[in-house]
Ligand binder design. Structure first.
Ligand code: PRX
Length: 643
């Protein structure tokens, strides 16, 4: 598995911090993992201690079995007896420049009021509540209110379509949806309530729709629709926290997989929160004066873990920004850093690449001197962008943490740990796995491979933040994660380790795309294409992109008698936006007569990927029909010329 991207060029950047004891911590974790994780879990507030640290019934892990705790209590109540009570938990920055500060005490009261409203509506422990909100304070408030009463939240990214809501709500059988009248995106209003109205025609489990006022649209409120304000204002500001067993589900988060249907990744509280607490301490090294700015959307795992749960457990002040990085001008993050004295910025390579395009003058015109740590997540960061981040944003004073993890891992798995180590950074490498996390890079047969060779990234032992299962689908859980590398968790990523054992994650090895850091399944996209009446067959692949990392390229076979036209291409893309959401629109659509397939009928997406990225095509001997190889090659050549 030789790869052109693999190189051992160790373009190192060294920053010396007061390094402490990472080696010692890693040794402790290796020698007695149960004791190690148990000590980590003691950072949380437990109502009842666990009887067993880990019940590992391969491939199902239960952490801190029998332990009882509450996630909202760990984020809020525990600060009320300290001086954090009246300090800012959230500084919310609207896209229009408005800022609102919410203290821990105010957040506590609001969460409790909403929790009481849920109870009044008959919601019980274990019921599911779907949240489809833009980046406004009511989003974390709703999640924490669910956690408080033991309801399971299922947050849907507010860029998804009605159809995506239908699929997720029906899978989870949610009783309530919380949405807003609208959300702001680049100054325009996204009509969220109308999108929900469309969806609830096909979601029989939904009993009520709770609506937050954000854009003050004129809305028609149906008999099952309730304004958020009217609901919570009359409620008491204390609701007793539910004692949750450590492995009771805290939330479901749907994410794209290698089939057409998104997977409902389920996380619990005891293990998940332990992982978040300790990883945030090691990686972000949070302290009382930090102003933390994670730019992710809460609709994705980064926001769940490192906007909602980890920072609030640590009692830091964090910034939540509502809008786009480039609205109204391509300086928004820098403006926010200066305005609020941000100390830690955690963002994506896509955002950095798009800012870099505008040159250094814009960031140089802001005072970024409050920054002490810079992080990235979600996709590989190219060394050029890393250098820009380090030099121009961090002024060579801030370490960069390149954090690798996934929706399924719950928390950070690979990263430098400024909280506990000296740093020798290599631009583009996340460095090493965190203490207690055992990574192995294996070949097709699941056998460990030598350093320098590209292979599949696997995780050898269970870890606390690990997903509990997939919602209502244990079989798919086993098959997706545990059958490809024996006794190890299969991440689906390619990686290699260099001679210094630094881990370099190279991207997905499966049919998952990362478009601007957003995770999308090719098969999910293909099903959306073929649901258009003119399309008979579809193959989706991705092309490397300077800003977004990857963009979507679709090859479509039309139904008989349908003619390919520019208008049809536009119409099909509109259909995709309606079916999945604007993030799924294709960069390019090609109408073709035939798709390259293997003899068993599988589309050769890798072949298409090589073609669109102008790489050597490699072995095509498994193509369906040997006689058609030439014909297909001609066709592909023709496509190649168009690209
Ligand atoms: O391919 C890896 C990439 O993002 C995938 C996980 O996507 P998702 O579940 O949406 O979670 C993203 C946020 C944690 C991984 O399989 N990925 C994530 N972080 C990095 C990365 N690729 C390279 N470097 C990273 N730091």
């Amino acid at each position: 598995m030789d790869d052109p991207h693999v190189n051992n060029d160790t373009n190192q950047q060294i920053i010396s911090l007061e390094g402490i004891k990472i080696k010692q911590i890693k040794d402790e974790a290796r020698q007695d993992p149960n004791q190690f994780w148990s000590d980590c879990a003691k950072n949380l507030v437990w109502f009842k201690e666990w009887q067993q640290v880990l019940d590992w019934n391969y491939p199902f892990a239960k952490w801190f079995v029998g332990g009882k705790l509450n996630a909202a209590y760990n984020c809020l109540d525990k600060h009320l007896t300290t001086k954090k009570k009246n300090q800012a938990a959230i500084i919310w920055e609207g896209e229009d420049g408005e800022s609102v500060t919410i203290t821990y005490n105010q957040l506590f009261r609001r969460v409790n009021q909403l929790a009481n409203s849920f109870k009044r509506m008959g919601i019980k422990k274990g019921d599911r509540i779907t949240i489809y909100l833009p980046m406004i304070p009511e989003l974390p408030i709703s999640m924490l209110a669910c956690a408080r009463i033991g309801a399971i939240h299922s947050v849907i990214f507010s860029g998804f379509s009605s159809q995506s809501i239908i699929d997720r709500v029906n899978d989870a059988k949610s009783k309530i949806i919380i949405t807003a009248d609208g959300g702001y995106r680049r100054g325009k209003i996204v009509p969220l309530k109308r999108i929900v109205d469309e969806a609830v025609k096909n979601t029989p489990s939904i009993e009520k729709v709770i609506v937050v006022k954000r854009t003050h649209e004129d809305l028609i409120m149906g008999e099952n629709d309730i304004w958020f304000e009217n609901l919570v204002n009359k409620e008491s500001s204390f609701c007793p926290p539910e004692w949750m067993e450590s492995n009771d589900p805290l939330f479901i988060l749907y994410t794209s997989g290698t089939t057409g249907k998104p997977k409902g990744v389920v996380h619990g509280s005891g293990g998940y929160l332990t992982h978040l607490y300790i990883s945030a301490k090691w990686v972000f090294d949070f302290n009382a004066t930090d102003i933390f700015f994670c730019t992710a959307d809460i609709g994705w795992i980064t926001g769940h873990s490192y906007i909602v749960y980890a920072p609030l457990m640590h009692g830091v002040t964090e910034i939540i920004y509502e809008g786009a990085p480039d609205f109204p001008d391509p300086d928004r993050y820098w403006k926010i850093v200066e305005k609020h004295g941000t100390t830690i910025l955690y963002t994506t390579p896509t955002a950095l690449r798009s800012y870099m395009r505008y040159g250094n003058e814009i960031p140089n015109s802001y005072d970024l001197s409050s920054l002490r740590l810079l992080g990235t997540v979600g996709e590989p960061i190219n060394p050029e962008v890393w250098k820009w981040y380090f030099d121009v944003i961090g002024k060579k004073n801030c370490p960069i943490i390149d954090t690798w993890w996934q929706t399924e891992t719950g928390g950070i798995m690979i990263s430098m740990c400024p909280g506990i180590e000296n740093l020798k950074m290599k631009p583009g490498s996340g460095s090493f796995s965190l203490p207690g996390i055992e990574i192995e890079i294996v070949d097709d047969r699941g056998i460990k491979i030598e350093d320098g060779k590209k292979g599949y990234l696997t995780i050898k032992k269970p870890w606390p933040g690990m997903l509990i299962s997939l919602w209502n689908n244990k079989e798919r859980y086993k098959e997706t994660y545990w059958q490809k590398a024996e006794n190890s968790f299969f991440t689906g990523d390619f990686a290699y380790q260099d001679n210094d054992k630094y881990i370099w994650v190279l991207g997905r090895a499966d049919d998952i795309l990362k478009v601007a850091g957003h995770r999308l399944g090719t098969i999910e996209l293909e099903s959306a294409f073929v649901s258009h009446p003119s399309i008979a067959e579809a193959a989706v692949t991705s092309k490397r992109d300077k800003i977004k990392g990857e963009t979507i390229i679709a090859f479509l076979v039309l139904r008989k008698e349908i003619q390919p036209t520019q208008n049809l291409s536009i119409e099909v893309n509109e259909h995709i936006k309606r079916t999945i959401g604007p993030i799924a629109s294709a960069e390019k659509i090609y109408f073709v007569n035939k798709l390259p397939k293997t003899r068993s009928g599988k589309i050769m997406r890798r072949l298409l990927k090589s073609i669109v990225n102008k790489e050597t095509i490699g072995d095509i001997s498994t193509l369906e029909d040997e006689a058609s190889i030439e014909e297909i090659s001609h066709e592909l050549d023709a496509i190649n010329k168009q690209i």
